[in-house]
Design a protein around this ligand. Sequence first.
Ligand code: WTA
Length: 627
Amino acid sequence: MANFSHKNDNFEELWSKQAENLPWFKKWSKTLEWNEPFAHWFVDGQINASYACLDAHLKNVDFKDKTAILWEDERGNELKISYKELHQQVNNFAYFLKQNGVGIGDIVIIYLPIIPQAVAAMLAVARLGATHSVVFSGFSAAALKDRIGDTQAKFLITCDEAFYRNKTIHLKKTADEATLNSPSIEKVFVIKRSDADIEIPLQPCDIVYDLLEHANDQNIVEPTSVESNHPLFILYTSGTTGKPKGIIHSTGGYLTYVYSTIKWAFDIKQDSIYWCTADIGWITGHSYGVYGPLMHGATIFMREGAPELPAQNAWWKAIEKYKISIFYTSPTALRMFMKIGNHIFQNTDLSSLKTLGSVGEPINPEVWLWYNDHIGQQMCPIIDTWWQTETGGFMISPAAGLDLVKLKPGSATFPLPGICAEIVDQNNIPVDNQNKGHLVITKPWPGMTIGIHQNPELFKQAYWSKFKNSYYSGDYAIKDKDGYFWLLGRADEVLNVSGHRIGTAEVESATLEHPAVAETAVVGIKDEIKGEVIIVFTSLKQGIAVTPELKKEIVQTIRKQIGAFATPKDIYFVEQLPKTRSGKIMRRILKAIVQGDQIGDVSTLEDGTSVEEINLIYKNFIQSIQQ
Ligand code: WTA
């Protein structure tokens, strides 16, 4: 059985060998400098991400016409862009950004939908040695403003419009709302999409980038050589407390990690036609939608719009049409298609598929089997990849490009080479197989975040202090009798809605923005399609009555603060939230109530609140709930 842990003693040597696959301008002098919890991989190595994704391939003359990006949208528009063209587009955009003052060390926010220009924008920023921070275009103005505020970015890239589910989304307008009260922003670059013939309402800081007007094949910008640990990007993700954290990723370590893991797990090759359905606004879109496949010279497919438009079989028709060979998606999406029914595959040829991936949440065995039978037609390995924004790339996953182990539906199998994963109890003692525990990583790896923007202490505290000398993932896991890893979901207060991470604290503070709300607690409960959905418990300020309008308003407040994807499934109004003696909200009680479960083991409730007390609180609480 290929459990790679025997190779992990030499993990530095392994990563040094892997790094040799990348086009460095200057080789590193030391593989790893480790000052727990800060890793500096490939010290003194010089590299540029845009060069590694584009220029490095174009040295080979045969490569020029090779397709880099295939794109379509739900309205039937299509684009095909070669590596040579993408290189030129990136240079055009980098030239424009440079002329407008963007340079090494700047942070540039990117707020764009799934269009080729989003990829070009990321690579153009990287080309200049600047750091991008992509904000998912489904985030609200308030969420965008928070991220701008935390980065103190001077520059923002957006576009006039996006299109989703037959609707035009005025992205620029949302960006305006966010930037109006963001004093750090000096310039907003507005990409004018050729199919939008509306006038962009211009603010004084706006500069329009016209794809046709700014195209000039004389615009060549030399890639800026950066040290390996130079921040390639910052990506915000939810945690247990406060606002989302700006996870920083390096250039050299991150690229090495993504390059290796996509090859190992997915067996990606130059001739692969690769589709990662994640939005570029999430880590999956960064590592395995853009950087990983482009470094391998593969063709990426991108699709803007709803999966069920223009027809319910749109995704599968796209696989047939573009001859997708590697398909990477989430269990949520698969569950949605399962529900629609298998008739949608009729007359669809999926035989181009070679490898299927899954990410974002545990994949239930029945979904795994359906994926295997109906999409893979039992010919493609299912690669269930467990990882996180903070890990940069896959950590636990089968490896179609190495020695593929016998798969078990629902298990992510084993840690990849160089990854030292353990399952431990509260006291950091490894648990025996078949016992649930906390998943920790005991050695650094090159994809590991280099820290939290503006908050190095928080990185220590949130990830490296719960278990000594280990990275705390926040996930529960179990190894079965054969040592296979099974991921069991979050151990902390982070929700996973359709594979999107949302902190309960984030939704709670969004709810509190409504003036009628006095106190609130948010829990996630299981959902057949989305994996988990948000339930809000709230107590209102004195004298305020519960009305259907108020409920709607609170929902709107949450959507406005975070984005539509954080819409709660339900809101329960209560007189008082159930609390322990020391005033801690008893979320377990809340969760049990909405799921109709028993309260469960209450022995670990701190502070001596007795079981009788808890039962009484529970009884009183149930009586007070109004919907
Ligand atoms: C969950 C997404 C089970 C997990 C790449 C993790 C998974 C969180 C899997 C990270 C998987 C991701 N099986 N659970 N294959 N993949 N998760 O940062 O709880 O958006 O901690 O990164 O998603 O979410 P994030």
